[in-house]
Design a protein around this ligand. Structure first.
Ligand code: 13P
Length: 340
C-alpha cells in the first residue's frame, strides 16, 4: 500500500469545484430508472446511457470521479474505448461499486447487512488492472421504531472497515458509505442522533481495522428529516445539523466527504451542499457523490432516444456545474434558471 498515492487520489476526488458522479446502479436499480422513461434495460441501452453521461462536454470540468458498476467498467464507448480509459484520459478518476447489496439481517426484522467480502481481495486486484482507483461499499441503516439496533450498526460498520482495509491493500481508495435512509416519518433530531451513532461506530471500526484515514473518502447521508416527517426543516437547519454531526464524528485526517443524495430533489441536494460551506472553513473537502440528484434531469431529457443525447448531456452539464459551484459555496438559487 502506498499511502501517499491513496491520499493523492482521495484529495483529487474532492478538489475544488469538483465532485463524484455515482453511476454505479446495479442491473436491478438501473431497470427501475429506465422504467420511469419506459425504456427496456438492455446491455446496449445501459451502455448508451452511460456514454451519454460520461462524454457530456460541459460536465467533465466539475466531475472528479465516476463510480461504475462491474458491467460498465468492462464496456466501451461507441468508438471502442473502454470506459475507464476514456474517463482517465478526460481527467476523471474511474471508480467501482464492489458491494453485492444490502440483504436482510437474520433475526433483525427491517434491518440489512451488506454482502460482498468473500473473494473481494481477488476482485480488487482485477478492478485495479481494469483501471479503477477508488471503490464504493454502501451500508444501509433504516430508521423505524426500535430500529436501527446496535448490532446492525456495528455489523455494518465492521463490514465497511474490512472492505476499506482490502481496498487500501490493493491501492484503491475506499469510499465508505454508511447511508441512514430518509424513508419514514422521523424528525431531523432522530436522524441526527442515529447518524452520530453510526459514524461513531464506523470510525471505531476503521481504526480497529488499521485503515489509514488519509486514504479514504466518507460518503454520508445529510442530516435530514424523514420524507414523511410532519416537520420538514429548513435548508439552513439541515446544513447546520449536518456540519455539526460531521465535525463531531469525522477526524480531520479524512481528506474528503462526498454526500449521497438519497432521494432529495436535485435542487435541494445542491442548495444543502452550498449552505454547508456558508459557515466558514471546514477541516475536510466537502462535496457531492450524487446518483439520482445528478442524473434525474439528464435521464428525462435523454429519454432513451438518440435525438435526446445532446439534451441529456446539457442537463447533466448544468447540474454538475451547479453542484461544482455548491461544493465551494459559490452557488446561488438564481443560477437554476440560467442555461448551463
Ligand atoms: P443517490 O445520490 O441517488 O443516493 O446515490 C448515491 C449512491 O451512490 C448511493 O449508493
Amino acid at each position: 500500500m502506498n499511502i501517499g498515492e491513496l491520499n493523492t487520489t482521495a484529495r483529487a476526488l474532492v478538489a475544488k469545484n469538483r465532485g463524484i458522479l455515482a453511476a454505479d446502479e446495479s442491473s436491478s436499480t438501473i431497470k427501475k430508472r429506465f422504467d420511469t422513461i419506459k425504456l427496456e434495460s438492455t446491455e446496449e441501452n445501459r451502455r448508451a446511457y452511460r456514454e451519454m453521461l460520461f462524454t457530456a462536454p460541459g460536465a467533465q470540468r466539475y466531475i472528479s470521479g465516476v463510480i461504475l458498476y462491474d458491467e460498465t467498467l468492462r464496456q466501451k464507448t461507441k468508438d471502442g474505448v473502454a470506459f475507464p480509459q476514456y474517463l482517465a484520459k478526460a481527467g476523471i478518476i474511474p471508480g467501482i461499486k464492489v458491494d453485492l447489496g444490502a440483504k436482510p439481517l437474520p433475526g433483525f426484522p427491517g434491518e440489512t447487512i451488506t454482502e460482498g467480502l468473500d473473494g473481494l481481495r481477488e476482485r480488487f486486484a482485477e478492478y485495479h488492472r481494469l483501471g479503477a482507483r477508488f471503490a464504493k461499499w454502501r451500508a444501509v441503516i433504516n430508521i423505524d421504531s426500535g430500529v436501527p439496533s446496535r448490532y446492525a450498526i456495528d455489523a455494518n460498520a465492521e463490514a465497511l472497515a474490512r472492505y476499506a482495509a482490502l481496498a487500501q491493500e490493493a491501492g484503491i481508495v475506499p469510499i465508505v458509505e454508511p447511508e441512514v435512509l430518509m424513508d419514514g416519518a422521523h424528525l431531523l433530531e432522530r436522524c441526527e442522533e442515529v447518524t452520530n451513532v453510526v459514524l461513531g461506530s464506523v470510525f471505531n471500526h476503521l481504526s480497529a481495522a488499521r485503515v489509514v484515514l488519509e486514504g479514504i473518502i466518507l460518503k454520508p447521508n445529510m442530516v435530514i428529516p424523514g420524507k414523511k416527517s410532519p416537520d420538514q426543516a429548513t435548508p439552513e437547519r439541515i446544513a447546520e445539523a449536518t456540519v455539526r454531526t460531521l465535525k463531531r464524528q469525522v477526524p480531520a485526517a479524512v481528506p474528503g466527504i462526498a454526500f449521497l443524495s438519497g432521494g432529495q430533489s436535485p435542487t435541494d441536494a445542491t442548495l444543502h451542499l452550498n449552505l454547508m460551506h456558508a459557515a466558514g472553513p471546514l477541516p475536510w473537502g466537502l462535496t457531492f457523490s450524487y446518483g439520482r440528484a445528478l442524473q434525474e434531469d439528464a435521464l428525462n431529457a435523454w429519454g432513451g432516444k438518440p435525438g435526446g443525447f445532446a439534451g441529456g448531456q446539457q442537463a447533466l452539464a448544468k447540474r454538475a456545474k451547479l453542484n461544482g459551484l455548491a461544493a465551494a459555496g459559490e452557488y446561488k438559487a438564481a443560477m437554476e434558471s440560467a442555461a448551463a
